[in-house]
Design a protein around this ligand. Structure first.
Ligand SMILES: O=c1[nH]cnc2c1ncn2[C@H]1C[C@H](O)[C@@H](COP(=O)(O)OP(=O)(O)O)O1
Length: 197
């Protein structure tokens, strides 16, 4: 990922801009009544079968990065969520699409707000079942034989969504650096093992 400041990204001529956001919250809930899950992190299953964050292309002739992102969130999640410049995390050139800059945001909510988002995404969002097949929570824990975070990371992701997820998990202290290293190593092994011979 070739990162740059938001200001430099906005000064580049003839580039398109896409904004995506990681919504997350702390939680006390326990999986199977036993395992602390600690945090909720939302991603989505896109129409193309790839995992990504909610968001989309922004038209800077009509809107700011943040207002364009809020518009996309209303379409995809069915709620008007305000994203502010303080929620900005990174801006980078997209890995495989020429002249596209992806801006990544992270917004911390509380658990009941996240649950409202999940409910609205299924019941009122215009894109539900079409551009967005469903919201998913990222499993941030480890189970036997690579279950949990390693298995999740072995899925296919759009653009830089996987690296955005990994760096956000680390920088917001949601998963330790050692656990992330273990998860990515196991995920790579799982992907390798599932390659056709
Ligand atoms: O989650 C993401 N992280 C980084 N880049 C992403 C993510 N999702 C999509 N993208 C890239 C790939 C696409 O070419 C553009 C536009 O994305 P999309 O969300 O599909 O935009 P529209 O709904 O078409 O407006 O960003």
């Amino acid at each position: 990922m070739s990162q740059m400041s938001k200001e430099d990204a906005l000064s580049l001529p003839r580039h398109r801009h896409a904004c995506h956001v990681m919504l997350y919250a702390d939680t006390d809930s326990k999986l199977f009544g036993r395992y602390q899950t600690k945090h909720i992190v939302l991603m989505q299953m896109r129409f193309d079968g790839l995992l990504g964050f909610p968001g989309g292309l922004v038209d800077l002739s009509k809107e700011t990065l943040e207002s364009g992102l809020s518009r996309e969130l209303e379409e995809e999640l069915g709620v008007a969520l305000l994203v502010s410049p303080e929620d900005h995390v990174s801006s980078s050139l997209a890995p495989a699409v020429p002249n596209l800059i992806t801006h990544f945001y992270a917004k911390k909510m509380n658990e009941s707000e996240i649950k409202e988002v999940e409910k609205a995404a299924v019941t009122v969002a215009k894109d539900h079942g079409l551009e967005v097949l469903g919201m998913v929570r990222v499993p941030l824990y480890f189970f036997k034989r690579g279950g949990g975070l390693p298995a999740f990371l072995s899925n296919s992701f759009i653009g830089s969504a996987r690296s955005q997820l990994l760096s956000a998990l680390q920088s917001f202290g949601l998963v330790s650096q050692q656990e992330l290293a273990k998860a990515t190593q196991q995920a790579n092994q799982m992907r390798h093992q599932s390659q056709p011979r």
